[in-house]
Ligand binder design. Sequence first.
Ligand code: COA
Ligand code: AMP
Length: 633
Amino acid sequence: MSQAFQNIYHQSLADPAGYWEELAGNICWTKPWDQVLDDSQAPFYRWFSGGETNTCWNAIDRHVDDGRGDQLALIWESPITGARRTLTYRELKREVATFAGVLSNHAVTRGDRVVIYMPAVPEAVVAMLACARIGAVHSVVFGGFAAAEVAKRLDDATPKAILTATCGVEPGRIIPYLPILEEAFTLASHVPGTMIVLAREQQSAQLKTGRDHDWHEEMARATPVDWVPVAATDPLYILYTSGTTGKPKGVVRDNGGHAVALMWTMKAVYDVAPGEPWWAASDIGWVVGHSYIVYAPLLHGNPTILFEGKPVGTPDAGVFWRVIEENDVAALFTAPTAIRAIRRDDPEGDFLAAADLSQFRTLFLAGERADPDTIAWAEEKLSRPVVDHWWQTETGWAMAAYCRGIDDLPIRHGSPGRPTPGYAIDILDARGHRLPSDTTGAVCVRLPLPPSSLPTLWNNDEGFVSSYLEEYPGYYSTGDAGMYDSDGYLYIMGRTDDVMNVAGHRLSTGAMEEVLATLPDVAECAVIGAADELRGQVPVGLLVLKATSTTPHDEIVGDAVRRVRNDVGAVANFRKAVIVPRLPKTRSGKILRRSMRQIADGEAVPMPATIEDPATLDEIRDALATIGYPAGN
Ligand code: COA
Ligand code: AMP
């Protein structure tokens, strides 16, 4: 590791306020902060308290004022619909300011929440930035979630308005959004009074008078509005993420700290210069989309690509390389699953070899474990560094990385690098003691967390403490298990809780169990995340039936699959379930999901000391074998 990086890293921990204060100079403020790091309400830390700024101003207007107005800001590539559209910073400013006018016309003001349920279209990015412009708090809900999941988020965020489109487009099918929202409105206790609908040519829709408004008509009627100063500590957005239970956690992001940290990462972590085209192939419904499709690249003055399509099948496994070639992309950030899918369809890398990638420097991977085999394949075919890094919705940017702009740490396959500036990461045992290298434990970050990390959960300070801070006092618990090697490289081995990672999407086993538990024949159930060659993990349901059940088992399983798809969403990838006589439990009644996952993955299963009846593990082994687990046996 370079001495320069070591100095930066140590300074960031020895004097966090000094470190981040210097970087705050890269952002425009209307009022300077009173305190860089406000610990007066610890463990609720606030960055740049007393300061005022506006994220939209920093992401758009300031670049226009600085002469970047005619540079591309947003490039929409939609191979799934055959469309493409570009907006310069000036054009983006006009569109965002006008849509901010639309929101103002509907009495949306500072602090109001706005739910965005939209596909990856430019208007979705415009909507996010327009909220930021007027100080409204957006909450984007991923388009692959079903009505019940939307309803949970409506009830928690209580938005004044909801922004949507007539449909999303998936390979081979159109997904009409309005019926999903109508169903969500019947399930939710809170229904927003205003809905603005973007009509897409693939799907028309009947709007309801009073509540519903047509996007384009509203835009034609509105006049552009200017940005308003907001407190650095005001929420910019809420993004719901999966936790252990079926109730999603509303991660809050502030304005000031977020802008300071994210802008800095574009150079420090990703080593791109302002003006260079950048692409994060994710969806705006996930944190990668928030941070690296929208906010970080725009704050840093990069053209950013918004992609509506898949790495394969839209139309083929060459689409990523063609988009890179056509837009002179300097760096791509995607999930390992996407590369696995491309490799599966194009194992020799023929599409890749046919593209001119002369401007392309680096492939970044995150969102799930990057298996060394996939990294090695991509490195060989691309002849460029393939760089893993590790983070989560809660932090908004990398906790561990190879900081390509300020560090020259050699890449080690299987490791996402070392802790980034601001993150003091320890590996702890169950009693909170630090573990030596090469020993796996809970990955925890010493408080305070650096800027952009969640200050709390939406309307749920207590949940913030109990979810993240209580188990290891003085630390933020990431929910991941991992270890350091003797050279200080970090390794992330998986979750310590019941969260799953399916095709780079974070999902809750609890949400699926809630649905399965409502099936009339099911007495008890569990969902585990089993290893999957393409998607990393996929959910598998284990169902215990009521003694009175007479329904044929395949009917029950079919019903279970349909219900999870309908109630959680297709994105859950819930395709397999099996009937079991009992679930393995501890003597205190806790379901031993981890042991069942180990059986499904063909791992050694240490006998839990507290297991009530060891024979239950054999029953699970037999049942899982009937649906092909462990895979390859
Ligand atoms: N709206 C509605 N449905 C959606 C959706 C959306 N936004 N996104 C996914 N789905 C559906 C898919 O159509 C699919 O439906 P199906 O069961 O009828 O086939 C289902 O949810 C599962 O989706 P997915 O796991 O994404 O499978 P896929 O076959 O469509 O694509 C990959 C497989 C690997 C190509 C895809 O998962 C991928 O690109 N992964 C990268 C993940 C990523 O970018 N993560 C973001 C974090 S960095
Ligand atoms: P999300 O909040 O959706 O970004 O998911 C975060 C979780 O994904 C982390 O807590 C990890 O479990 C997992 N994850 C993200 N990036 C990596 C990585 N590079 N290696 C291993 N796991 C990762």
